[in-house]
Design a binder for this molecule. Structure first.
Ligand code: FAD
Ligand code: SIN
Length: 547
């Protein structure tokens, strides 16, 4: 992989090498020079850890309309129906494109070992089997194939350990909200900041679930793209809808390893420590209710009985079936001395997915000219108040495609950008108290888990807001005084994300989808449901003052 960067100019700068960023790069590179930044290695992303699969209509008994209706129902009144239709209609095409790139999905051996039919998983909210997958490690299969294709392409430059700091924008009469001309990035292995000019910049930085103490996400998920876009002037929507996955492995050394919903799709039951099932008390769909319902049910039982976890049990299936369908989960659990063919799996909910994000249109454009956002960082309108399982990877591929079509239309008329001024470090010194960074990281994540988690209240939200405000001021002061490091950049972004989530949650005076406030336990259906849209202009005094 390339790690010294000779040029500071590219046609398209893509920040992020997950499913969304790599797909877009491959769709542009025959015509344009593309540079992709990764904060760590190219293969480290949420996409890499995806298990269950990608939703798409393949089963004869399924239909596009059924997938649309399931998505709308799960999103509880806040999905954009046009966006849902656009996305679902591109499901098959997206899978075909991945297969053409070389991704090998699991086939349905029930129809013979050479069956051309894809095997389809079932997950919560879906009324049909429609999850295309590569055993239980779909993301690994997708990401390794796309990286191979990107490495083969002469027009794609992959830069590892480059941490995007901020976007560079210029305002003009033609572009009163701004036009992006590039970004600054920290080369974290050489501790230098490089300015990169680009005709188009794409944020593909993934979600923000590291803002919570317990999460299924890897370390890269610190909401950088959200913060970069917010500081540059973009609107951010629906940040109160943070999704908690119901079943992460409960083990001190497991770092919230995910136990795929596909296991429940194959009949696994959730049980109390005494062996009693409980999901029937919460929803008639039981274990296959959407995630918000299952996560809240588990949270409720944990609090009610003062227990640390509940169990998930798939041991009624044969060992051969379990090992064939869930080889990765079987092996990972075995490392912690849990044999899932005979033993119950201890599980807890953990922060998993950011439904809100940068406001984008159907072509993935943001409020700023030349700036696109794709994948988990964007809020397209697909998920509404709750994302249905396996609709996220689908969104990555569909909106990478939408962005590619738009960029290919627009790039011929885009001028070469101006050179970006060099990064100025003359006013900062090397830090002599890095403990501030580690402390504030921990504090943000604990505050968010305790006060802005699965069940919220007005009092908890205002407590969280007070603390996050203090932390924000302290982090800003530190950022102004000391040389940047990757940890500091992430912390600066994380505190913004925390505040955006709290402000959004405070605005919603009802419970809907993933947002549950015990002071307003019901949906407010007196008027049509509204998205929560925060504009940096509106919050200028709250944010710009301190950043
Ligand atoms: P990511 O794949 O997260 O990639 C983000 C990229 O941005 C990374 O390369 C990172 O290095 C880079 N980056 C971030 N900040 C910066 C910065 N400042 N500078 C430079 N680079 C930066 N969804 C499904 O649909 N089906 C599933 O089965 C499924 N399973 C999942 C299992 C797990 C354990 C997890 C965590 C998520 C799962 N999801 C699943 C959700 C899905 O994987 C993600 O929503 C999706 O992969 C996001 O892709 P992305 O391309 O938007 O971002
Ligand atoms: C899972 O496999 O349970 C994760 C699926 C998703 O997040 O969509």
């Amino acid at each position: 992989m390339t790690n010294t960067y000779a040029s500071t100019y590219t046609d398209v700068l893509i920040i992020g090498s997950g499913g969304a960023g790599l797909t877009l790069a491959l769709k542009l590179a025959d015509l344009y020079r593309v540079t992709i930044l990764s904060k760590l290695t190219t293969d480290e992303s949420n996409t890499r850890y995806a298990q269950g699969g990608i939703s798409a209509v393949f089963d004869d008994s399924d239909s596009i309309d059924s997938h649309i209706q399931d998505t709308l129902k799960t999103g509880e009144g806040l999905c954009d129906p046009d966006i849902v239709t656009l996305t679902v209609k591109q499901g098959r095409e997206s899978i075909d494109w991945l297969i053409n790139q070389g991704v090998s999905f699991t086939h349905d051996t029930d129809h013979g070992s050479d069956s051309p039919r894809l095997h389809l998983n079932r997950e919560g909210g879906h009324t049909h089997r429609r999850i295309v997958h590569a055993a239980d490690a779909t993301g690994q299969s997708v990401i390794s194939t796309l990286i191979e294709r990107a490495q083969e392409h002469a027009n794609i430059t992959l830069l590892e350990h480059y941490n995007a700091i901020d976007l560079v924008t210029v305002k003009s009469r033609q572009f009163p909200k701004g036009q992006v001309t590039g970004a600054y990035a920290l080369d974290s292995q050489n501790n230098t900041v490089i300015p990169i000019s680009a005709r188009v910049v794409v944020l593909a930085t993934g979600g923000a679930n590291k803002v919570y103490l317990y999460t299924s996400n890897p370390d890269i998920a610190t909401g950088d793209g959200l913060s970069l876009a917010w500081r540059a002037g973009c609107r951010i929507a629906n940040m109160e809808f943070m999704q908690f996955h119901p079943t992460c492995l409960y083990h001190p050394d497991a770092r919230s390893f995910l136990i795929s919903e596909a296991i429940r799709g194959e009949g696994a039951k959730l049980l109390l420590p005494n062996g009693d099932p409980f999901m029937h008390l919460f929803d008639q769909r039981e274990e296959l209710a959407p995630r918000d319902i299952v996560a809240r049910a588990i949270d409720h039982q944990i609090k009610k009985y003062g227990i640390d976890f509940v169990y998930l049990d798939i041991s009624h299936k044969s060992p051969a079936f379990i090992k064939r369908h869930f080889p990765n989960i079987y092996q990972q659990c075995l490392k912690f001395n849990i044999d899932i063919t005979t033993q119950k799996i201890p599980v807890v909910p953990a922060a998993h997915y950011t439904c809100g994000g940068i406001v984008t249109d159907s072509t993935s454009k943001t409020d700023i000219s030349g700036l696109y956002a794709i994948g988990e960082v964007a809020c397209t309108g697909l998920h509404g108040a709750n994302r249905m399982a396996s609709n996220s990877l689908l969104e990555c591929f569909v909106f990478a495609n939408q962005a590619a079509e738009s960029i290919l239309r627009e790039l011929p008329n885009k001028t070469i950008p101006k050179t970006i001024p060099p990064w100025d470090e003359s006013q900062v010194a090397k830090s002599n108290e890095e403990v501030v960074i580690a402390h504030n990281w921990d504090e943000i994540r604990r505050v968010m888990w305790d006060y802005v988690g699965i069940v919220r209240s007005d009092k908890r939200l205002s407590r969280a807001h007070e603390r996050i405000n203090l932390l924000k001021a302290e982090i800003h002061e530190y950022y102004s005084d000391f040389t940047i490091t990757s940890d500091l950049l992430e912390l600066r972004n994380l505190v913004i994300v925390a505040e955006l989530i709290i402000l959004s949650a405070q605005q919603r005076k009802e419970s809907r989808g993933l947002h549950y406030n015990q002071d307003y336990p019901e949906q407010d259906n007196r008027t049509p449901p509204q998205n929560t849209i925060l504009s940096p202009k509106h919050y200028a005094s709250a944010f710009i003052k301190n950043d």
